[in-house]
Structures are given as C-alpha cells and as structure tokens.
Design a protein. Structure first.
Length: 335
C-alpha cells in the first residue's frame, strides 16, 4: 500500500470579470442582496468562443504538471470532474488526453457536481494506493455561464455560479505519514431534484421533446436549486463529513491547519468555521472573487492557498464538499 500526495497544483480562470453591478444591468438583482446572502462580489464568465470546459482544464493542468516536475508522458491516468462538459458525450477526460498529447492512458469522467473534485481525488487516491498508477492528473473545470438563465427568472441561481478550472497531480508518496490520509464519500439520492438540471436527459425531458415543443418558457434546461433546503443540508453534511475524516485519523478540529471548503456560499463556510471554532486563517475562501465554480472550486482555492504560502509541509489540510445529488465528501491530507 502506498499513500498519494499532491505534487502539483494549477488553476485558470477567464479574464472576463462580471461584477454584481454588471448582473444588475441584465436582471433584477443588486450588489447588496448578492453579497449579503452569498459573499460573492464578482465571478468570471468565459467570452463566448474563447474557452471551453476542456480548454480551461487543459490550461490549469499544464501549470500543475510543470509544478509537479513531471512530463506529460509520466501521467498514468486522467480523472476529470465537471457538470458542464463540452459534449453530451464523450466526456472531457479524453479531450484533455488529446489536447495535451498524453499517451493512450485511461481517462475517467466524474459526474458529482460540487463534490466532483473530492470524488475525483478519492478515485485517484485508490489507484495510487494499490500501486496501479504513480502519477494521476485530476481536473475540476466548469463553464456555467453559457447554461444559466441570465434573466430575472433565473437570478436565484445565476448570480451564484462562475467559470474556471483547477488541476492537481497526485503522485505516489514516499512514506505513509504524508499525503492523503483518508477520503470519505456520501450520497443521498432522495434529494436528487432539489439541485438539478433535468434536461436534456433520457428520463423526463428528451432532446426530441425539447425540439418538438420549442417552448421559450421551458425552464427544464436551466439549473434548479431549492436554495434554503440545499443550505440546511449543506451545513449539516459539511460538519458531519469533516468530523468523520478527523475521527478516522484520531484528530480534532483544532488540529486543522487549513480547511478548504467547496466555495458554495460564504455563509456556509462561516457557519462551519464558527461551529469548529476555527480562526480566519484556518479557513480559505475565495468565493468573493469567483462565485461557486462547482467541481473547480476546491482546486482553484487550494492552488491560491498554496501560492500564497498558506499550505506548508506537515500541515493538516482538509478538503470538504457538498452539492447536487446530494453528494458530499472530505479529504484529509498531511501535506
Ligand atoms: C440561494 C440563496 C443565496 C438564496 O437566499 P435565500 O435567503 O434563501 O433567498 P430566497 O430564495 O428565500 O429568496 C428571498 C427573496 O430574494 C429574491 N431573490 C432571489 N434571488 C435574488 C437575486 N439574485 N437578487 C435579488 N433578489 C433575489 C427572491 O425572489 C425572494 O423574494 P421574495 O421574498 O419577494 O419572494 C441561499 O438559499 C443559498 O445560498 N442556498 C445554498 C446555495 C448553495 O450553496 N448552493 C450550492 C450548493 S453546492
């Protein structure tokens, strides 16, 4: 058995900054409402045609590969987490393999929305633990802006989400005392539709129905979120899964050097921080600048934390996520 550790991190966000005031020009919303409820000040939106979920993932991956000090030919496997793939199929994993010119290694797509990166890390960790692979490229990337309802009708969702990508290289660690100590995954499909995008799919809204109906009021291909219900579940599950991870390793909340929560809502992060009695410098938040970038949020935040010197050798770093599914999970890392 081997441990895996993160040896390289990178992120990419589009240059195009969209402020709350910019949104208030195209829908009935305002900066005060958005900041008070979510903490978000601005987010990035791709300029149409300039980037895709895959191209952003590739840009983040190049930085992570270089920082890991490996060559693309050293990559044994690719795991790509997104809810906003370029194509309905195939998923972006193979597009990254093609665009980076990586040899014909396996490429797996993960569909776990806001928990996608935590699930992807957990999958990659298992392959390294067993000795099957040595270096795995893990990407979380989202292009939300093309798919949001940018009218007043969609404001409760569209002000929250932003575009971007983050990537990590997971490599075999030298000892069992460093790297990923454990990962913890959960789901509760009972609430699948509470945060969902129903169409197009093969269940309720077929592509052929949408084309046939040609109904401009059809909301089924925009994301739906029962915000307060999601919020209530998120604070409970975040807390549970962080405690589960700490407990598994004989640790307490005050052992955490840095918690990097999925950037769902600043109020959720603050709730967790208060519940665990953590100081401001023990929790990393950047939702103010990027909004909720779903599967990309943890790798973007972790990269920024690392770049600003907040992640050091020997630190206990905890990643935690909750989102659509519902799915949730945590990763406990000795850096
Ligand atoms: C989405 C969220 C910010 C909404 O906040 P809320 O306090 O629950 O707000 P509500 O949905 O009850 O709406 C309150 C009012 O604001 C209005 N409103 C909704 N979006 C608005 C916007 N962008 N701008 C201005 N007003 C808005 C609503 O229409 C409603 O008006 P009404 O009282 O006249 O009906 C909040 O529920 C939340 O953060 N939930 C969790 C979201 C999350 O983390 N999702 C990702 C999980 S991975």
């Amino acid at each position: 058995m081997y441990n895996s550790k993160i040896t390289g991190l990178g992120y990419y966000v589009p240059d195009n900054v969209v402020t709350n005031d910019d949104l208030s020009k195209i829908m009935d919303t305002n900066d005060a409402w958005i900041q008070e409820r979510t903490g978000i000040k601005e987010r990035r939106h791709v300029i149409k045609g300039e980037d895709t979920t895959t191209s952003m993932g590739v840009k983040a991956a190049k930085i992570a590969i270089e920082r890991a000090g490996i060559d693309k030919d050293d990559i044994d496997f690719i795991v790509f987490a997104t809810l906003s793939p370029d194509y309905y199929f195939p998923g972006p994993g193979v597009l990254v393999q093609r665009d980076l010119g990586i040899k014909t290694v396996g490429a797996l797509d993960v569909r776990n929305q806001c928990s996608g990166f935590v699930y992807a890390i957990s999958v990659a960790d298992q392959y390294i633990k067993t000795g099957m692979y040595k270096n795995i490229l893990v990407i979380g990337s989202e292009l939300h802006s093309y798919g949001l309802d940018m009218t007043t009708r969609g404001r409760a969702v569209s002000v929250i989400f932003g575009d971007g990508a983050g990537a990590a290289i997971l490599s075999r660690a030298e000892s069992q005392d460093e790297g990923i100590l454990s990962t913890h995954l959960h789901s509760e499909g009972q609430h699948a539709e509470e945060l969902s995008l129903i169409a197009p799919g093969m269940g309720k809204r077929w592509v052929s129905d949408i084309i046939a109906d040609n109904d401009p009021n059809d909301e089924s291909y925009f994301p739906y979120m029962n915000g307060q219900f999601v919020f209530k579940n998120a604070v409970v599950r975040f807390s549970e899964v962080i405690m589960e991870g700490l407990g598994k390793n004989g640790l307490q909340p005050n052992d955490i050097d840095l918690l990097v929560p999925h950037q769902a809502n600043l109020r959720i992060s603050q709730f967790i921080q208060n519940k665990f009695g953590l100081k401001d410098d023990q929790v990393f938040n950047n939702i103010m600048s990027y909004g909720n970038t779903t599967a990309a949020s943890i790798p973007i935040a972790l990269t920024e934390a690392w770049e600003s010197g907040k992640v050091n050798s020997g630190d206990l770093v905890v990643l935690a996520a909750f989102g659509s599914g519902f799915t949730w999970g945590s990763v406990i890392i000795r850096w």
